[in-house]
Ligand binder design. Structure first.
Ligand code: NAD
Length: 244
């Protein structure tokens, strides 16, 4: 593991997640990278998954983990990812289902079926398929933790990208229903709802954000929230956490 990876553990030390295996989807992106670093620094063995092969491999190398190409909108690819993690690392304890995209179209004249399907596939199917695929592996370990990246757009009105808002509200709705349903099996399901955070996804919005004085939080803040959830600092009734 590199010095950058070691430094990302938020003071929890390498023992907090020692022996745990974590899958991070969208691991090549801003929030995925920061979270992979934080999980690895806390002692987890990390399997990075992304469509971006070069970026994903780079993060996997950084954290001393493995990389697997995975399109999270494909159910079989999610199953293959979990099989890969089980074969390579002996099991899975944590799934950070984080891959996502901005929609880039609306529902009126600006509707674009391909963009809509791509966003639904990454933002919603990716969480549903990822959860379906990983549950048997978590049960085999006697429990575990799933964290899905929703967004503040899953709680508030998003006139800029209503379909993104719809995807993320669905992820929050899933967490509300699935969290209590999985709890008796020792599996925690949380959705996090970051505000604007440092990553490529906000590049098209930077001018607007700065003109409006909107804050952009460091990706490490989101990573620390995920770490608090999976290490059990946020437990009990807490199936839903807002970062930033
Ligand atoms: P990012 O663009 O840096 O990272 C997203 C990653 O997801 C990329 O590496 C991309 O290749 C990958 N990806 C996209 N579609 C995929 C697919 N079908 N299969 C596998 N990988 C795929 O952006 P980010 O901000 O790190 O985004 C991570 C998550 O955080 C997303 O779900 C996003 O909606 C959410 N989010 C981001 C912000 C923010 O301000 N950055 C705020 C709230 C929520």
């Amino acid at each position: 593991m590199t010095a950058e990876a070691r430094a990302a553990g938020s003071g929890r030390g390498p023992a907090a997640l020692h022996g745990k295996v974590a899958i991070v989807t969208g691991g090549a992106g801003g929030l995925g990278r920061a979270t992979a670093l934080a999980l690895a620094a806390a002692g987890a063995e990390v399997v990075v998954a992304d469509l971006d092969v070069e970026g994903g491999r780079e993060v996997a190398d950084l954290v001393g983990g493995s990389f697997r190409t995975c399109d999270v909108s494909d159910l079989d690819a999610n199953r293959a990812l979990v099989d890969f993690a089980v074969e390579r690392c002996g099991g899975v304890d944590i799934a950070f289902l984080n891959a996502g995209v901005a929609t880039g179209c609306g529902v009126a004249d600006d509707f674009d079926l391909a963009r809509y399907r791509r966003a639904m596939g990454a933002n919603l199917d990716g969480v549903v398929f990822g959860t379906h695929a990983v549950l048997p592996a978590l049960r085999a370990r006697g429990g575990g933790s799933i964290v899905a990246t929703a967004s503040l757009a899953g709680l508030a009105s998003v006139p800029l990208d209503p379909l993104y808002g719809a995807n993320k509200h669905a992820v929050v709705g899933l967490a509300r229903s699935l969290g209590p349903a999985l709890a008796p099996d020792g599996i925690r399901f949380n959705a996090i709802c970051p505000g604007f955070a440092e990553s490529r996804i906000i590049d098209p919005l930077r001018d607007m954000l700065s003109a409006q004085g909107m804050p952009v939080i460091p990706a490490e803040v989101v990573a620390d929230t995920v770490l608090r959830i999976v290490t059990g600092d946020d437990t009990g009734e807490c199936w839903f956490v807002q970062a930033g």
